[in-house]
Design a binder for this molecule. Structure first.
Ligand SMILES: [Zn+2]
Length: 227
């Protein structure tokens, strides 16, 4: 795996730590955290700050034995890290995504769909797999498989867009994104990703609001994408 060079913004990581991100965006961050110790540390810091703020705003009496119970827990062995993948899920799929796919498609999903995973044709060279049909906040999350050299229709979005590369690479007008990298796009920032390399680029994409495509191909594809 290549070194991660593009991370979610600090504001996004803090929102994640506070539980304030839309669930699709939170899933993208969770998948990035699996392979990024630097962002895991920032999130842990954010959770500690959040916990301290909560403690100071809601004073509650501690039980008499709270300190001794806490000290006892320090001696307990650390829980093992979560597995990188879940059951029959493919090796490139991080555990948080595999759990979501199992929740959406049933626990036997990966075993049943091991050959094709249920990818659906979206556009020439592009296939998609639904991850969250509609998040509680009104956003979407999906997996895209983009054939090498394929250019996605030019598009922008009314809300934040987070993309985590799970395998392969793509570039847009700003940078090259490789496995583990996250591309964070502010609202109303149009871009046009192009898959790099010799094998398909697999990425998890979440939007706060539905994606808007421009151009003839984009508008023809819109009804298929805007689920
Ligand atoms: Zn990171």
């Amino acid at each position: 795996m290549t070194d991660t060079r593009h991370h979610p913004s600090e504001a996004t990581l803090m929102a994640f730590a506070a539980g304030a991100l839309d669930e699709g965006l939170a899933l993208v961050v969770s998948c990035h955290l699996v392979s990024c110790p630097a962002c895991r540390a920032l999130v842990a810091e954010g959770e500690m700050i959040g916990g301290a703020l909560l403690d100071s705003s809601q004073p509650a009496p501690l039980a008499d034995d709270a300190l001794s119970r806490m000290m006892a827990r320090l001696d307990e062995p650390e829980p093992p890290p979560p597995p990188a993948t879940d059951g029959n899920a493919p090796a490139w799929m991080p555990a948080p995504l595999a759990r979501q796919m199992n929740a959406l498609h049933g626990p036997s999903w990966a075993a049943q769909a091991r050959r094709s995973l249920g990818w659906r044709w979206l556009a020439p060279g592009v296939r998609q797999l639904s991850v969250m049909r509609r998040t509680r906040g009104g956003g979407t999350a999906r997996l895209l498989s983009i054939a090498p050299g394929t250019t996605l229709p030019h598009h922008d979005h009314g809300g934040l867009e987070l993309t985590c590369v799970l395998d392969g690479a793509f570039h847009d007008e700003r940078a090259l994104y490789q496995t583990g990298d996250v591309a964070e796009l502010e609202p109303d920032t149009p871009h046009q990703p192009v898959a790099e390399g010799n094998h398909p680029c697999l990425c998890l994409i979440a939007n706060e609001q539905p994606t808007r495509f421009s151009g003839l191909v984009g508008r023809l594809t819109q009804p298929l994408i805007g689920f």
